[in-house]
Structure formats: C-alpha cells, structure tokens
Design a protein around this ligand. Structure first.
Ligand code: ADP
Ligand code: MG
Length: 714
C-alpha cells in the first residue's frame, strides 16, 4: 500500500522508543501502517462551542468552553468519584470522573479557560458529562471540523497519551507520506464508486465533512470485507480447480429399491431438492463440501442415508460421524432399520465398542464388505482404515473442529465428499463468511402433520399453574424435560440448580420416575440415565444443556426451561427442538424471574412468537453480535473486523462476495491456478496487471498470515 508502511512506528516524529513500546503493547500498533489503520471510534464536532443551556438529551459528543469552579468527592473506596462544577459563563453543570481522581484533581487549575469534549447525559432534570476530554483553550487555534476520538487504555492515559496525541501522530504521518497506492484494483473502485484509499484514510482521521466521513467509512468497510471474501474464496476456488472428487455417475439398485420399497414416508419437497443438489455435486468430478442446514426434526438423517446409498451404489464406502455416543446410536438404529431390507451392511463404532467387535469392523472396512460405518470420534482414530471411503457425513458440525474434518479427508487418496449437517441455523451473512468454503443446502420445511411447539413465557410466581399443566401431560402418558442453567447451587447467582431441585421435582410429581443428566457425569452413567428416558421407563428428565443436541424421544411433549432468561436464543431454540417430534401438541415453557431487563424480555418473546430457526438466528445475531453466536468461536474463523459487522452489513457482505468471486474468476493466477480465465464468460471480467496481482497477494498475506486453518483444509 505504501512503501514505508512497514516502517517501525518508533521512527515517526513524536514517538521514539518508549512510546513505540507503549503503542505496541497497548494498541497493537507497530508500524506506520498500523497507525493509519487505527481508526477513531467516533468523531466530535469541533466546528462550534455549545452552550449548556442548549443541550438536548440525544446530543452527540460536543465541545464546550468554560471553567471549573470547584472539585469535590463523593462515595468511598472503589465507589469514590470526583465531581467538578463547570460553567460556560451562563449556566453550570457537573462533570464526573470515576477513576484517576488524584491526577485529574491536580491536572486542571480552577478558573482557567478550558475546552471539554464529551456527551451530555440527562439525568434527574440536569445535564452532566462523565470523563470528558479536557484541553486548555487556545484562542489562536482556528475552529476545526470533525475530529476523531480514539479508544485508549488506562495505561496510555496515565502516560499522557490522549486522543489528541494520536491525532497529532497521524497528522505527522500524513505530512511524511506523499502518496498511498490503492490496494483495491482501479476497476473495482470504479465499479463500486469507492473513494480512493489515500482519501479514505485521510478522511476517516480528519474528515472534511460528514459526507466525506461516510464515504471514507464505506470504502474502508468494503475493503475489509472484500479481502476477507477474497481470502476465503481463494481457497475454495483453488480446491475446486485442483482437487478431484469421486465421480458417482449412477443412481443404482440400492437407492432405487429403497426409494420404491422401503422408504416409510413421502419425502418433503425440501428433502427432494436437497438430495438433488447433493446428487449433482457428486456427478461433477468436484469434491463436494456441503453444509446442510435444517431445523430440528426436518429429516436430515434420511437425506444423509440416501446420500450414502448413492456412494454405496457406486461401489464405495460411506461413514457418518456424530458428536456423542447416544446420537451415534440413534442414527445407527434408524439407518440399520432402513438398510437391512435392501441388503446394505451398517455397523456402529464408538468408544464403548468391544475389542472383538472392533476387530471385525476394522477387517470388514478394509476388505470392503462393510458399506456404511456410523460412529463417534472413534471413526477417525488412526487404526480405522477404509477400503474405499468416498462419502462422509458429519452431524452437528460445530462440535467437530476443522482439523478433525481434515483428518478424515486424508484417509484416502481421493478425498471423500463431505456433507456437514447442522440444526443450528446460521444467518446467511454468517454462513458466507464463516463457512465460506462450503456450499449450503437448506431444508426449510418440516414433514407434514407436525404441530408447531407452543411456547409460553411464565414467571416464577405462576409456578403452580405450570405444575398442574405438567401433571396433566404426565397423566396422559407423555414425558417431560426440565432444564437448568446450573448443576450445583451457586450463592452468587440466584439461579435454580439441577441438584437443588431434583428432590423437589421428585416430591412435586409423586409416582413418576425422574432421571437426570449433566455434564459432570461419566459417559456411561450419562448414557444409562438417558436410556431410561429414551425407553420410557423414566417420565421426567432433569438436565442441563447437555441434552441440547439431537436426542430423539417423540413421546416427550413438554420442555420446561428454568431461568430461561439466562440462555441465548439459539440455545433456547435447540432445547425446544427436543419436543414436538411426535404427532401430539407439545409445549415449551420458559420459566423466568418477573424482574428482567427489557432486552431479555424481548428475547424471550421472540421465542414465543416464532418457531423458525432462521428468524431466531437472525434476531440472536442482531441482539448479541455475531461473535457470540453458537458455532462462531468453535469455527476459529471469526474474523477480527474493525468497521464491518456481520449482523448489520449483510448487503455489503453479499456485494463484496460477488466482487471477489468475479475478480478471482477473471484472474485465476490469484489463487494459483495455471489455467487462463474462461475467454467467453462475459464482459464484466477484468484482467489485472501483474503489479495489481502483486498488490493483492501481498495484502492477503499481510492480513491473514496468522490464519492457517484455511490452508489446512484446502
Ligand atoms: P433432524 O433433521 O432433526 O435430524 P430427523 O432426521 O431425526 O430430524 O427426523 C425427525 C423425524 O422425522 C424422524 O423420526 C424421521 O424418521 C421423520 N421424518 C423424516 N423425514 C420425514 C418425512 N418426509 N415425512 C415424515 N417423517 C419424516
Ligand atoms: Mg438429527
């Protein structure tokens, strides 16, 4: 971008060794470039001084000229605060500090003309400002326009580094830098009307006007997303162009026989469409990497099975991995039942498979007589070797890391097709960035005859009503889940815990058997308790969120979630998915304290209004931010974004994705392909000059040098 961009920050006028170390430690600013990309988090209008009398409650950050009349302290110890009475000559207001009290008291003399910057807060009839920036008034400084405010750490403030200091340093840098070469190709800038990089950087630090600031922010946000998409798509395209996959030309005897003689119900249209999508992937010679999203109960297992049949019909083997033993066993039970009548061999391999049986399985895998293997992590152990593995299904993928996925891929010369199934709906924008390397199929339809789960919000003081409703369901032979946020009591959090409530539940529902499951139990004990519920021997299961994934007990019709206010939306949705699997009306009861924040109430109300996982996932992302979404952390690919947000920039994500894809198609050398671009494929494709390619390659290297995950899986 700029030749001196990598220059150590200590060489900038006004920095030096000591400050360089501070900037590096506190703000991760090491070079000239890092400083240029250290953007203000907001801007203050410094074109005029505001009068206290003109304050309004919704006012942004403003500057006020005046003086401190006196200081005094309130509160004790950690709660102590310093208050100053400030006047602009006409009115007075309070200024408050909660920390650095001593320094501040000594820093600002009384009755000297000062300028404060801050946001007025309206509280109990008067205005105050907390932690303003303070400067001495200098009548010789001309009025300025918008000025950036930079986030700083306590330590930097102690060492006298303020927002103003950063501004001055950036100013010094611009004095020194004659030109900044753009890192986005001219053609792309032109197509999307982007502000050139040098103007954008200047305007984000020192905007000439609000309009220029907006254009600058938009350009830099585009840049951020554009490079993320280039980064992801580069691997996808490289893989697609270099890795061959198994070609399955035919749908054969097993698939057809199953479809016409065994299939116990009609496939939904969504299931049919997804099977077609998968089928066409596997015909191309490309290796399939597909994410299958479908709400709980949408029938993903059947899709997985029919997909595996295509592999079997083409004389290869298939394997299905589940995150827990219980889930693996449930898949095995369904699939074995479907496979048996058509003569397809299926075995189950888990941690508790006996040695003798394990040996048999290993042998039949190697000699090719075993068609489908179902299991837990056990299937990716070193000693499990396949004769010809060509299809891998991974259920509930967020429990499997990228590396485990990669491990399976290397089991064979030709990598198998991979189908990753998840019941955690991921908003489209998130999928495009987090799982950008996967194609996505969606089952957006439930099998017919399902009644949506009725969801109710109930407060602790209505508990008796809930108990009566549960008794009614139990008396009809239904089963009930009760989920707690905690296993043990915790004095600090006044939450209900499983341990504390277990006896309670037993006493409240006499004559019914209660089993329990939580994350601190040994695996076999957990399985045993789970089995009690699956078999119907136990009527009530008290549990923590360990039951979240996959368990299928169609007779269970009530899900009670205690302290529902403590759970995220996606988690509540997952839990609710445990009921509503049979033909009868099911209920999900969210128990909450009556006193909750309004945002919390809003969240719980979304649950009562929608059963659509995608609607809930979108709402969840908007409320909590994409960084906290389930699956985001585990994926290890949560890109660190400064300007863009996955929650609110969906449109720009889509635009940059298309732009990045077009650019790569026109310039395959960017992802290392040797073939020249398809000549005839359109007029909008722009070929880059070698130097433009170089700039992009360097930029990608710079931005993503630490991100190794993608290269592992490509
Ligand atoms: P999930 O997508 O949550 O994994 P499952 O595959 O466990 O859902 O399916 C839930 C239930 O619905 C199973 O009992 C399954 O046999 C049944 N099912 C799947 N597809 C259909 C269909 N098209 N019609 C009727 N029932 C179906
Ligand atoms: Mg499932």
């Amino acid at each position: 971008m700029l030749r001196i961009g990598n220059t150590d920050i200590k060489y900038l006028k006004g920095v030096g060794d000591a400050r360089a170390k501070l900037l590096a430690d506190e703000l991760d600013i090491h070079s000239f470039r890092d400083l240029l990309y250290y953007f203000p988090f907001r801007h203050i209008d410094r074109s005029r001084f505001y009068a206290i009398a003109d304050f309004t409650p919704d006012m942004p950050n403003v500057q006020i000229k005046g003086r401190f009349l006196r200081f005094y302290k309130e509160g004790e110890g950690a709660k102590q605060r310093l208050i100053a009475v400030f006047t602009d000559g006409r009115s007075v207001m309070e200024v408050v500090w909660f920390s650095r009290i001593k320094q501040i008291e000594n820093a600002y003399p009384l009755n000297t003309e000062l300028v404060l910057f801050g946001k007025p807060n309206f509280f109990k009839g008067s205005y105050s400002i907390a932690h303003p920036e303070v400067e001495t008034y200098d009548p010789s400084t001309p009025p300025q326009g918008l000025r950036g405010v930079y986030s700083l750490t306590e330590k930097l403030r102690k060492r006298g580094i303020t927002s103003r200091t950063i501004q001055n340093l950036v100013g010094n840098l611009f004095d020194k830098v004659a030109d900044i070469t753009d890192i986005i190709p001219q053609s792309v800038c032109r197509q999307f009307g982007l502000m050139p990089l040098r103007d954008a950087l200047r305007n984000i630090h020192f905007p000439e006007s609000l309009h220029d600031l907006k254009k600058a922010q938009e350009r830099l946000k585009f840049e951020e997303l554009f490079f993320i998409q280039l980064h992801i798509l580069r691997f996808t395209k490289r893989r697609n162009s270099s890795i061959r996959g198994h070609v399955f030309p035919t749908i054969g005897e097993h698939f057809n026989r199953f479809y016409s003689e065994v299939l116990p119900f009609q496939l939904t249209d969504a299931q049919k469409r997804v099977i077609k999508e998968i089928r066409s992937d596997m015909r191309t010679g490309r290796q399939m990497n597909r994410l299958l999203q479908g709400d709980v109960g949408s029938g993903k297992t059947m899709v997985a099975f029919m997909t595996m049949l295509i592999a079997v019909d083409n004389k290869t083997q298939a394997c299905l991995m589940a995150p827990t033993e219980i889930l693996a066993r449930q898949h095995y039970q369904s699939i074995a039942q479907w496979a048996e009548p058509i003569g397809v061999n299926v075995r189950l391999l888990t941690g508790s498979t006996r040695t003798k049986e394990r040996k048999e399985i290993h042998e039949s895998l190697i000699d090719g007589s075993l068609d489908i293997l179902i299991g837990t992590h056990a299937v990716i152990e070193e000693n499990v070797q396949f004769h010809n593995l060509a299809m891998v299904v991974i259920d509930e993928q967020h429990r499997f890391g990228v590396q485990q996925r990669a491990k399976l891929w290397s089991k064979n010369a030709l990598p198998p097709h991979v189908l990753v199934m998840t019941a955690t709906p991921i908003p489209r924008t998130l999928a495009m960035t987090l799982y950008g390397d996967l194609d996505v199929s969606v089952i957006d339809q439930l099998p017919p005859g399902r009644k949506p789960v009725m969801t109710l919000l109930r407060y602790d003081d209505n508990r008796q009503q809930v108990v009566n409703a549960v008794k009614d369901q139990l008396s009809k032979g239904r089963q009930v889940y009760i989920v707690y946020p905690l296993i043990h009591d915790n004095d600090k959090l006044s939450l209900r815990s499983l341990e504390e409530d277990y006896q309670n539940v037993c006493a409240t529902y006499p004559g019914y058997k209660v089993c329990y499951v939580h994350g601190q139990m040994k695996a076999d004990e957990k399985d045993h308790q789970m089995q009690l519920f699956v078999s119907g021997e136990a009527h009530i299961m008290v549990a923590t969120t360990v039951i979240e994934v996959g368990v299928n007990v169609p007779n269970a019709s009530v899900m009670i979630i205690e302290n529902a206010e403590r759970f995220g939306l996606s988690q509540l949705h997952q839990l609710r998915g445990r009921v509503g699997r049979g033909a009868d009306q099911s209920y999900c009861i969210l128990m909450s304290k009556r006193q909750i924040a309004s945002a919390t109430r809003e969240r719980l109300e979304i649950m009562t209004q929608s059963t659509d996982g995608f609607v809930i996932a979108e709402a969840d992302m908007k409320m909590r931010g994409p960084g906290n979404m389930e699956g985001t952390q585990q994926s290890g690919l949560a890109f660190n974004m400064r300007l863009a947000s996955l929650a609110t920039d969906g449109q720009m994500i889509a635009i940059t994705r298309d732009a990045a894809s077009d650019l790569l198609d026109a310039n395959p050398q960017l992802y290392g392909a040797t073939t020249s671009p398809a000549e005839s494929s359109g007029s909008s494709l722009t070929t880059l000059s070698p130097s433009e390619c170089n700039i992009i390659n360097n930029e990608l290297k710079f931005r993503f040098s630490q991100d190794t995950d993608w290269s592992r899986i490509s």
